[in-house]
Write a protein that binds this ligand. Structure first.
Ligand code: PLP
Length: 374
């Protein structure tokens, strides 16, 4: 049986470490903000090469917390891509701000910097919204084009929040994903490259003031005392038990990223010429949160997915509907055809099983089915 993501195999390998770490928490009983949280935050910050990492409840709150700290709200424009998981745009709208969508690059599927600059200029010209922030998404594990994005954010004085939910640990020009922008967010949802055994997330920043405000927001906007509230916040802490799990997994994370890259390299070798394989830019190392390919068109995709299913091979579609066409965003006024690259990619894309423990034999089976279906 081929798994889409094989968490059981990983657990087998780390069973002793994970069990011991969880046992320790059960015995000391500090389930909320226990010592494992502080230890993990230090290790995560070191790993990303930033001053501060603060853990939190999930990857969605990891996006929400910095936006709240920046006071993003009604009348503000926040630029992001329609080709991402819903949470990226959801948090913008939750705060009363307006997501302004920008089409993606046709090879990396990350935000297109030229289209971003046009969207900023258009928003300024229209004058209804105040451009405040950019949320680039490192889709499938490959960092966005931060050289260009940092120039744009400086030029227009915009805050930048890196959505590194899929890319924590990836490399862009020798820097680690999770270290870009004014803050970066990641998710430890079990299926992410670094996942815990429930929900979890983290925010990264080099800014001391920002981290103080974010820590307050994480616990109901608390002040210096637990029962003094100086602002509105959320209940956004990570459980100590999840930190204990992550501490064990972090030890082998680099090795797992290497293994994922071996799997990706074999897929690409085998599948080029049959489907459009992923394009990793020079200077980048992906974490391969997903290995996603494009079929020629939607009917070829349906055929391949059907054959994979018949052969008991799990596959997934990230993402079938671009966010500008989601029902909930209807009132933003976007129409079909507005972001042709995102729309075309949504029609043609599908993702293959991807995890560090995928065997050559299983990969050969997967590849053969695809080759015979196109
Ligand atoms: C998974 C994901 C999130 C949300 O993370 P959760 O931990 O599920 O809340 C946000 N953005 C992107 C791009 C994601 O893939």
């Amino acid at each position: 049986m081929i798994e889409f993501i094989d968490l059981k195999e990983q657990y087998k390998r780390l069973k002793n470490e994970i069990n011991t770490n969880i046992q320790k928490v059960l015995e000391h009983g500090k389930f909320i903000m226990g010592p494992e949280i502080t230890e993990l935050e230090k290790k995560l910050a070191d790993y990303a090469g930033v001053k501060h990492a603060i853990t939190c409840s999930n990857g969605t709150d990891a996006l929400l917390i910095p936006l709240m700290a920046w006071g993003i709200g009604s009348g503000d424009a926040v630029f992001t891509t329609p080709f991402t998981f819903f949470a990226t745009a959801e948090v913008i709208k939750l705060l009363g701000a307006t997501p302004v969508f920008v089409d993606i690059d046709e090879n990396t599927y990350n935000i297109n910097p030229e289209a971003l600059e046009s969207a900023i200029l258009k928003t300024i010209k229209e004058g209804n919204l105040k451009p405040r922030a950019i949320i680039p998404v490192d889709i499938f594990g490959q960092p966005a084009d931060y050289d260009k994005l940092e120039k744009i954010s400086k030029k227009y004085n915009l805050l930048m929040l890196e959505d590194a939910a899929q890319s924590f640990g990836a490399v862009y020009n020798k820097k680690i994903a999770g270290s870009f922008g004014d803050a970066a967010s990641t998710s430890f949802f079990p299926a992410k490259p670094l996942g815990c055994y429930g929900d979890g997330g983290a925010v990264f920043t080099n800014n001391d003031e920002l981290v103080t405000v974010m820590k307050s927001i994480r616990v109901h906007g608390q002040g210096s005392d637990k029962y003094e509230n100086v602002r509105l916040g959320i209940n956004g802490r990570l459980d100590t038990i999840q930190a204990a799990v992550l501490l064990a997994k972090l030890e082998i994370f680099n090795e797992e990223i290497n293994l994922r890259n071996k799997v990706a390299a074999k897929y690409t070798r085998e599948l080029s010429g049959y489907v459009k394989t992923p394009c990793v830019k020079e200077g980048c190392i992906s974490t391969w949160a997903q290995y996603s390919v494009l079929a020629k068109d939607s009917s070829q995709k349906a055929g391949v997915l059907n054959n994979l299913k018949k052969n008991n091979i799990p596959a997934a579609v990230y993402y079938p509907i671009p966010l500008h066409l989601q029902t909930v965003f209807k009132n933003l006024g976007y129409v079909k055809g507005q972001f042709p690259v995102s729309e075309n990619v949504c029609e043609r894309i599908f993702s293959l099983p991807m995890h560090p423990y995928l065997s050559d034999i299983d990969m050969n089976t997967i590849v053969d089915v695809i080759k015979k279906s196109v």
